[in-house]
Each structure stands twice: as C-alpha cells, then as structure tokens.
Design a protein around this ligand. Structure first.
Ligand code: PLP
Length: 400
C-alpha cells in the first residue's frame, strides 16, 4: 500500500519565518564553496558577547539546590518579585499581573491567545518582527499591518494605524525599540497611541525586549506602561537580548492598567500559563541577579554596538542605491534598496555571489513598492567591513 500523505493544516501554510528560512539559501552558497559572513542572526552569543557569569552561577546554584521540579505556573516568587520591583522602579503604573515564560515569545503567544477569537484582528507594525504574523494565524485571527514611516525615522504612521482599526480590532502591537528598524518611539507618538487605544478600547502589546540597548543620546526609551494607568498594556521583556542568554528561553509579560478593566483578561492569561505548567525552573533563578545585580556588562555591550552601528550606517550610506536610517537601538539596520530590483532578488544574488547573509525586507513586511533588507550589526568591525565591501560590489552589478 502506498503511504498516505499527511495533510498539514491550512494555517500552517501561512507561516513564514524569513530569518531562519534564509539559512537554506546560505547553505547552498556554502556548498558551492562560498565563505559565509552571517549578518542575519539576532543572537549576540553567535558573535563576541558572553552571558554575564553571575547569571550562570545563579542557574548552576539553582540546579545543585534541586530547583529542578516544576515551578509555580506564572513563575517563582523570587522572579515575580524582581520583575514587579523593576517595573515599579521604572514607573510602570498600576501593575496588575506578572508572568514568566519560555522566552518573550511564549509571553507574546499566551497574551494574544487570551485576547483574540477567530475573526478578530490585531494591528502589527510593518516592518516588524515576524513572530506576531506567525502566531495570530495559529489563533485564526488576523495580523493586520500598520506602516512605520521611513521618512520620519521609522516612527509609527498614526493616520494609517487609525485607518486600519475596525470593529474586530482587539489590540495593537508596538515593538519599541523596533526590530528590524532600530527605531525608538517618541513620547508624543506613544501618547497618541494611548489615545487611540483608549478611544477604540484596544489592548496595547508593548514588546520592549531591546529597551536597554539604546545608543548615544539621540533618544531615550520610554515604556508606554509608564504613561498611563487606564489602558491595559502587556509589556514583554526577557533575558535574551540585554542579558545575553537567548538560549535559556526566559522571558516575561507585565500586565498593567486599570484593575477592573484588566482583571478577567489577566486571569485568562494566567489560565494559559497553568495549562503549560511552567517556564524552565532553574533558569528563572537568573532573573533576580539579572535585574538587581551587576549591570556592568550592559555598558560594554552598548559601547561595542555603538561603534558597529556607526560603521554599518556609514558604509551602507556610501553605496549608491542604498540608504539607511540611523538605528537608535537594538542591533539591526533596515536599509532601503533602490537598484531596480526587488529585495528577494538582491539578497539572493548577494548570498550566492558574495556569501554575505542578510534577510530580505519582505520577511518583516514593507510598504508596497519599497525594498529593504535587514542587517545585524553584532559582528566585529573587521567582519562588518568585509561584508559591506562585498555588498557594495554586488550592488554595483545591478547598476551597471
Ligand atoms: N520580540 C522581538 C522584537 C524580538 O526581536 C525577539 C527575538 O529576536 C523576540 C521578541 C523573542 O525573544 P525571546 O528570545 O525572548 O523569545
């Protein structure tokens, strides 16, 4: 009997994750003997960054002390206290609930699952980190893109955001600082977003996983949860980026805002945390030392990345047909390409002929007719320099 093909679900067909999908193409280039320069991975541990030792010691100690059973579903008391304490020190208003998860990713998934029903929609930034567009279809809900405005340093286009709201819109996602653009939103923009959330009764999902990786003095990061005590805000963060431990899969969500408005929703989120038992118990032991202990690694990380960002923007902007807005935070730049070809064709030729691996802008969403790619500026300067020299050569082949 011939094998019966297992038919995957219709919703699985909608799932794309360009950041990892591009690796297949990179592997083909490698097989053809290309030396690969990876500018596609948002993982500092792939480059010259190391997890702070006091966090490793805390996890090791927890394992030796047999913190190896399940923890309470929303997190250990120590971790929850540390997260709540930090939120209060930062001026979050009306913290209602805190929950610890397997990476910020799981917090995002649980918070969305507790809100939307099939047919509802949530506004997501375009361009934006593609997790939201992967999770919402799993919930039979729509990820409805609103544009970020490249002409205005990639701040949200508020007119577009409002125009996209309808009677099935339940929430809006704000990635601040943003992946892939590196933008940090102004207080004025955040206040206007809150006004829209109030008017249309939307939950604000504030993804602030890069909040401590802001460079220079151009702009200060403001958490939207510090600006209001009425709108329900779920703020996401974790140990993956600022604390250099993405493989530990530790993140969290903080639900803030009006107590009565948030109560039932917060309980629904907690129900989801119970259904999946808990996040990794020993890894949660790193949360308190991360948030309350030695922070000296942060200054070193920011300093390295400040120079790498400057080099990236300067080299990209010196190439004809490429223009790059200065990222103020995170470790990504999202340059535009005006070379008469689309981003997929550009990235394909770049990888296959030069081995420089970047991600096409379409993996994050972009305004129709515009073309971009995302570069990660985590590598050391000499690698970035080589990569951008090769990139300039490839860009020249399209012009000439
Ligand atoms: N949110 C944004 C904006 C990200 O860039 C990432 C990872 O790159 C995540 C969330 C997921 O983070 P975590 O490793 O905590 O799941």
């Amino acid at each position: 009997m011939p094998p019966v093909r297992v038919e995957p679900s219709a919703r699985s067909r909608e799932i794309k994750y360009a950041v990892r999908d591009i690796v297949l193409l990179a592997n083909q280039a490698k097989e053809r003997g290309k030396e690969l320069l990876y500018l596609n991975i948002g993982d500092p541990l792939e480059y010259d960054f190391e997890t702070p030792p006091h966090l490793i010691e805390a996890v090791e100690r927890a394992m030796r002390n047999q913190r190896n059973g399940y923890s309470p579903s929303s997190g250990t008391a120590e971790a929850l206290e540390a997260i709540r304490g930090l939120a209060e020190r930062r001026g979050f208003r009306e913290v209602q609930e805190v929950f610890v998860t397997s990476g910020g990713s799981e917090a995002i998934e649980l918070a969305l699952a507790a809100l939307v029903d099939p047919g509802d929609n949530v506004l997501v930034p375009c361009p934006g980190y593609p997790l939201y567009t992967a999770v919402l279809p799993k919930l039979s809900a729509e990820a409805r893109p609103y544009f970020l405005d490249e002409e205005r340093d990639w701040q949200p286009d508020l007119a577009d955001l409002e125009a996209k709201i309808d009677h099935r819109t339940r929430g809006l996602v704000l990635i601040n600082p943003n992946n892939p653009t590196g933008a940090v939103y102004t207080r004025e923009v955040l206040l206007e977003i809150l006004e829209l959330a109030r008017r249309y009764r939307l939950v604000v999902f504030a993804d602030e996983i890069y909040d401590l990786l802001v460079y220079g003095k151009e702009r200060k990061h403001v958490s939207i949860a510090t600006l209001c005590d009425d709108v329900v805000v779920v703020t996401f963060n974790g140990l993956s980026k600022s604390y250099l431990a993405p493989g530990w899969r530790i993140g969290w969500g903080i639900i803030s805002g009006d107590r009565v408005a948030a109560a039932e929703y917060a309980e629904a989120v907690l129900k989801f945390t119970r259904a999946r038992l808990c996040a990794s118990h020993p890894m949660q032991a790193a949360i308190r030392p991360a948030l309350e202990g030695d922070q000296s690694h942060l200054e070193k990380v920011r300093n390295k990345l400040y120079w790498r960002r400057n080099l990236t923007v300067q080299m990209l902007n010196s190439i004809d047909g490429i223009h790059c807005v200065l990222p103020q935070a995170a470790f990504y730049a999202f340059p535009t390409i005006e070379l008469g070809i689309d981003d997929e064709a550009f990235v394909h030729r770049l990888i296959m002929t030069s081995g420089v691996v970047v991600v096409p802008g379409s993996g994050f969403g972009q305004r129709p007719g515009s073309h971009h790619f995302r570069v990660v500026f985590l590598p050391e300067e000499h690698i970035l320099q080589r990569a951008f020299e090769r990139l300039a050569e490839v860009a020249a082949t399209f012009r000439g």
